[in-house]
Every structure is written in structure tokens, then in C-alpha cells.
Design a protein around this ligand. Structure first.
Ligand SMILES: Cc1cc2nc3c(=O)[nH]c(=O)nc-3n(C[C@H](O)[C@H](O)[C@H](O)COP(=O)(O)OP(=O)(O)OC[C@H]3O[C@@H](n4cnc5c(N)ncnc54)[C@H](O)[C@@H]3O)c2cc1C
Ligand code: SF4
Ligand code: SF4
Ligand code: SF4
Length: 383
């Protein structure tokens, strides 16, 4: 067997690699910087388990309860610190950790590479908090979850395709497993982020030790990127930041993100979390400058999770359409840019400045929503 699923459909979820009984599959980075499964033909026994497991080949149109809330964490200080939206993730994570459980989410390592890691202590929670806008590396995390799920409660947070991959790999539901996925319009290339960081380090002659994509120093809906170096810190509105502009222009997403299988109607998580961008329009009394979350409850377990944290939130029930109107990526994928292939050819040649001049042209759906932030900031500056 040479290919499990067509390359442009593979999400890199690692379910096939984790399930292979002969350890014949490795996840190998392609020229765009995304990891894909590669089969060692000498080890493969053609059992077909990888194909039977792949969530792209075996989608099941999962029904969701679609019970929706607009909400935010009552602890505003903690919400300002690193959380992207209304800090709902932290409340759920703390419940699991307080029950001696394990929380698994995306964290940067010391070289600014993004990996899913497991934590069992509240003091490590800050590592997971906050959205990181690039694809995270899962490695053998699904096998780790299977090895521990009978003994401990586990909360797994990831993109919808990562949660689908985990469920496909596990093949059955476990009472101890809780899953959250994020409203997701796509993941950009880790190679692009690594190049951006390297250029920043050269330009500033300093090492980047922390990157915050959603600093609320300029507000939640007008957020900034803050780059912490060993000796200084730079804060820039996301609408002026070259990496964010490339991300939001949709030029550098993984190929499968332009035709995503894991939108509303095919959800595998218990709860979906996102930003409630339409809050001022639909629930002005719920607007909170430290961040407002959109919560979609997909399963009864999700209901149970929300009920266990809701007293620590300010919340209101809302309609799915109200969430979707500010987050169209819940239903539709971004358009495949005609010049995407050229972009990835140029990635090896041009610097980030040149790439952004050449490729940042028109706004994506996500950018149109977030673009409102730029106009608000301009108004503030004029005052
Ligand atoms: C790549 C990406 C794209 C997104 N696109 C949208 C969007 O279009 N619209 C929208 O409303 N919301 C989007 N979100 C979700 C949103 O930014 C918040 O993550 C979400 O609302 C949860 O916020 P919070 O304050 O409750 O928790 P936070 O403290 O922000 O927690 C975020 C959780 O997400 C996990 N996480 C962070 N980065 C990644 C990653 N790269 N891969 C997998 N897991 C990760 C963290 O481990 C943590 O558990 C996106 C998130 C990501 C990572
Ligand atoms: S067919 Fe079986 S042995 Fe071969 S790569 Fe797939 S899971 Fe592994
Ligand atoms: S299981 Fe996941 S990583 Fe493997 S081929 Fe399918 S989508 Fe790709
Ligand atoms: S858009 Fe779809 S395929 Fe792409 S990372 Fe998000 S969930 Fe996965």
C-alpha cells in the first residue's frame, strides 16, 4: 500500500500511524512543512487497518445536540492572561486536573515548535492556554491516551480533525474521555512560522522565548501579537502583523483545510469552542472586553461538562445561526487560492516581507470578520 488517502485530503491526524500494528508508518514533513504518513513497505503486512481507521475515508456525519451558549469566565484577570476568547477551556481543564486527571493540548517547546503535550498539574496550564496559529504536532499522543484512559480522566483539546482522528483511533467511547474542538478555519504551515521566527531573531539579534497570538492588551476583538525575546518585547496589532496577515489571507493553510470534512454536521467532540464575534449584534449586554466565547454542546457528555462549569461563567443560551453568522468557517471552508502553489515555491526563496507584499491581497472570510478590529483601532487612535 502506498497511500492511505489522497495527499490533499489527509489532515495529518496520526490515527493511521498510531493504529499500525507493525509500526510501519511515520509522519514525514513535506516540502510545505506539513506532516504526512509515509509507509515503510518492508514492514507493512497489508492488513488495511490504517485505511479502515482514517477518519477522512470513514466519516460518519455525527449528529450534534447543537445546544449553544454565549459565555465568559467570571475570573476576568485569568481571562486576560493568555486565553484567546472567554477562557472557557481553563474552567473545564481545571475540573479535570482537580480530579487528578490529565489535560492534553498544544504548547510551544523551547525552540518554538508546537506540540500536543499532556499535563497533570494546574501550574502547567498556562502552557496550553491560548490559540497558536499553526498546525500542532501530535506524535504518539493517541497511543498515550489509550494507555492511560482506563485509569484517569483525560481532556483532549484540538482542531476538529484531530479530535476526529483520536475518536477513529480509539474506536469506542470511554467514560473517562472528554474532548473539545475549536472553531477552525484552517492551520497554517509550521514551516512558515519557523521561517518567520528565524527572521525575527536575526532582525532583532535576540532569541524569541514566547509568542502570544492573542494578546488582549489592545482588546479582545482588536487583539495583538506579542513576541517576547530574551531581552525585549514587541507588541503589534494582529492586523499589522505579517504572519497573521498571511494566515488570515488563507494562502498558507494545509491543503485539506480548503475542503474540510469536519464542519457542523460532522462533529466528533463533546464541546466546540470559539470566539463569539457577533456578541455586540445579538447580545450587547454580554459584551466583555476580556473576551467572549461561543460554545456549542455536541453531546450529552458536553452538556455534563458545561453544567459543571457554568456557575463560574456569565452565560446565556443562544442560537447556532448567531454563532455561525460571525464564524462562517463552522459551515464552509476557505477558497483554495489560485496562487497557493507559487506561494509554497516562493517560501524557500523569499523572506516574509517579500512574501507578504506578493501574496497578501484579498481578505478571507475569517479576516473580514476580524478586520472589523482594525477599523475600531483606527477610530481609537483618531480620538
Ligand atoms: C488554528 C486555530 C484556528 C482557529 N480559528 C478560529 C475561527 O476561525 N473562529 C473562532 O471563533 N475561533 C477560532 N479558533 C478558536 C479560538 O481561537 C479559541 O481557541 C477558542 O475560542 C478557545 O478559547 P478559550 O479562551 O476558551 O481557551 P484558550 O485558552 O484560548 O485555549 C485554547 C485551547 O486550544 C488549544 N490549541 C491552541 N492552539 C492549537 C492548535 N494550533 N492546534 C490544536 N489545539 C490548539 C490549546 O491547547 C488550548 O487547549 C481557532 C483556534 C486555532 C488553534
Ligand atoms: S496496511 Fe497495516 S501494516 Fe500496512 S501500513 Fe497499514 S496498518 Fe500498517
Ligand atoms: S489517518 Fe489521518 S494522518 Fe492518516 S491518512 Fe488519514 S487523515 Fe492522514
Ligand atoms: S480546517 Fe478542517 S482539516 Fe483544516 S485543521 Fe481545521 S478541522 Fe482540520
Amino acid at each position: 500500500m502506498e497511500e492511505i488517502v489522497e495527499k490533499n485530503k489527509c489532515t495529518g491526524c496520526t490515527a493511521c500511524m498510531n493504529i499500525c500494528p507493525k509500526h510501519a508508518i511515520s509522519m514525514v514533513e513535506d516540502e510545505e512543512g506539513f506532516k504526512h504518513p509515509v509507509i515503510d513497505q518492508d514492514k507493512c503486512i497489508n492488513c488495511g487497518l490504517c485505511k479502515k481507521t482514517c477518519p477522512v475515508l470513514n466519516t460518519s456525519n455525527n449528529k450534534s445536540l447543537n445546544k449553544c451558549y454565549v459565555a465568559y469566565n467570571k475570573d476576568k484577570e485569568s481571562t486576560l492572561n493568555k486565553a484567546s476568547s472567554g477562557n472557557i477551556f481553563e474552567l473545564i481543564a481545571k475540573n479535570v486536573l482537580n480530579a487528578n486527571g490529565i489535560v492534553i493540548g498544544a504548547a510551544f517547546d523551547k525552540d518554538n515548535k508546537l506540540n500536543h503535550i499532556a499535563i497533570d498539574n494546574i501550574k502547567d496550564l498556562d502552557k496550553l492556554k491560548g490559540s497558536k496559529y499553526l498546525q500542532s504536532n501530535l506524535d504518539n499522543m493517541f497511543t498515550y491516551i489509550k494507555d492511560n484512559i482506563n485509569d484517569k480522566k483525560i481532556l483532549f483539546v484540538g482542531t476538529p480533525c484531530q479530535v476526529a482522528g483520536l475518536k477513529a483511533y480509539l474506536k469506542k467511547d470511554y467514560d473517562n474521555l472528554f474532548t473539545i474542538d475549536l472553531v477552525c478555519h484552517g492551520v497554517p504551515s509550521p514551516k512558515l512560522f519557523a521561517k518567520y521566527i528565524k527572521e525575527l531573531e536575526i532582525e532583532n539579534n535576540d532569541k524569541v522565548i514566547n509568542y502570544n497570538f492573542r494578546d488582549k492588551v489592545s482588546g479582545w476583538d482588536t487583539y495583538s501579537n506579542t513576541i517576547t525575546f530574551k531581552n525585549k518585547r514587541i507588541t503589534e496589532l494582529h492586523s499589522n502583523n505579517k504572519y497573521m496577515k498571511l494566515f488570515l489571507s488563507d494562502i498558507a493553510l494545509r491543503e485539506c483545510c480548503y475542503n474540510c470534512n469536519f464542519k457542523i454536521g460532522n462533529k466528533y467532540s463533546d464541546i466546540t469552542l470559539g470566539d463569539f464575534w457577533g456578541v455586540k449584534k445579538y447580545y450587547p449586554d454580554m459584551y466583555n472586553k476580556t473576551g467572549v466565547s461561543a460554545i456549542i454542546i455536541n453531546t450529552e457528555k458536553g452538556n455534563y461538562i458545561f453544567n459543571s462549569i457554568k456557575d463560574n461563567t456569565i452565560y446565556k443560551e443562544c442560537k447556532l445561526e448567531e454563532i455561525v453568522s460571525g464564524n462562517p468557517s463552522l459551515k464552509i471552508s476557505g477558497k483554495y487560492p489560485n496562487n497557493r502553489n507559487n506561494f509554497f515555491k516562493d517560501l524557500d526563496i523569499y523572506d516574509i516581507n517579500k512574501l507578504s507584499k506578493k501574496y497578501i491581497k484579498k481578505a478571507s472570510l475569517y479576516k473580514k470578520v476580524l478586520g472589523k478590529g482594525k477599523r475600531i483601532i483606527k477610530k481609537i487612535l483618531k480620538k
